[in-house]
Design a protein around this ligand. Structure first.
Ligand code: NAP
Length: 283
């Protein structure tokens, strides 16, 4: 089994962006990504710092807006409304966890779809369904991008996605369906899960359970994309797939960390450039 190098794919994406960033600067546009943080979650803070660092390295301004973690939905929707109206901001993402009782679909509607670089607005998700140009949730898009980068044939391929969340599983399934894959979506009520997964040439795990995917889930020679990010007791991160268990079955696997995560961040930045160019009518 070979590990797919997500960091190298991310570096390629950032290199390909260089010219487009320069076009923006030449047109007097400073591509700007706003990151709204409505919590004090440690993992979120770490992720936001990593986005800000990557953005800076790519010539993108990153504005982090730390909201009162005890604030309500109104404060959050007001911040998103203000950023949507601000012409100096080209892209907006909102971090989870959200205030209690608030869903991303609730607050996503306050993000202007032209700035919705992480596909949080239900209208963006509807665009994927309708086959319209739209920003997809970056993690779901990272799954497609990795498969493209690895030149994995998708037309007619049997794909199984485990997980049906709005942010990962469902949009990943739709994006791969649009590539003419034959997609099966599994979830916690799926019967005979291991056998359904074992039919897949491409297996996407987006579950949120450390090491859940073991040998019997994996068809010999399968491509396995591990979206899961599960914190360990010692402060590390592991995926939904047990790499040792699938090593003699999978052909390739995305590692955690270093697989889907860095590609997701690179796509957020690429989407920011697309949004900035579009706002400046150079897109
Ligand atoms: P989520 O909203 O909790 O969804 C998890 C999905 O897994 C649900 O559809 C659930 O089914 C399904 N599931 C749970 N237990 C299962 C089981 N025993 N058998 C089959 N299916 C099961 O999580 P998410 O937001 O999609 O995230 C999934 C994972 O990806 C998490 O580890 C998250 O941290 C990670 N993630 C990574 C990135 C990245 O950039 N790498 C970004 C976002 C998320 P039901 O619908 O039936 O409950």
């Amino acid at each position: 089994m070979r590990f797919i190098d997500g960091r190298a794919i991310a570096a390629d994406i950032r290199t390909q962006m260089t010219e487009a960033v320069q076009d923006c600067k030449d047109a007097g546009i400073n591509p700007t990504l706003a990151v709204v943080v409505p919590n004090q979650d440690g993992a979120t803070q770490w992720y936001v710092r990593s986005i800000a660092k990557s953005a800076a390295a790519s010539g993108i301004d990153c504005r982090v807006l730390d909201l009162d973690p005890d604030g309500d939905a109104a404060a959050l929707t007001q911040a998103l409304t203000d950023l949507s109206a601000d012409p100096a901001v080209h892209a907006i993402i909102c971090q989870t966890p959200l205030p209690p009782g608030v869903t991303m679909a609730d607050v996503g509607t306050y993000i202007d779809v032209r700035k919705d670089v992480d596909g949080a607005n239900p209208a963006s998700l509807g665009g994927i369904l309708a086959g319209q140009p739209t920003f997809a949730p970056a993690t779901a898009d990272a799954v497609r991008e990795i498969l493209r980068h690895e030149r994995v044939p998708l037309v007619g391929a049997r794909v199984t996605v485990v997980g049906r969340s709005t942010v990962v599983g469902k949009p990943a399934a739709l994006l791969l369906l649009a590539e003419h894959a034959t997609v099966t979506v599994c979830h916690s009520r799926t019967r005979d899960l291991a056998n359904v997964c074992a039919e897949a040439e491409i297996l996407v795990a987006a579950i949120g359970k450390a090491g859940f995917v073991s040998r019997e889930f994996v068809r010999p020679g399968a491509v396995v994309i591990d979206v899961g990010t599960n914190p360990t007791a010692d402060g590390g991160l592991v995926g939904d797939v047990d790499p040792a268990a699938v090593a003699d079955r999978a052909a390739v696997l995305t590692p955690v960390p270093g697989g889907v995560g860095p590609v997701t961040t690179a796509l957020l930045l690429r989407n920011t450039i697309v949004a900035a160019r579009s706002a400046a009518s150079i897109g």
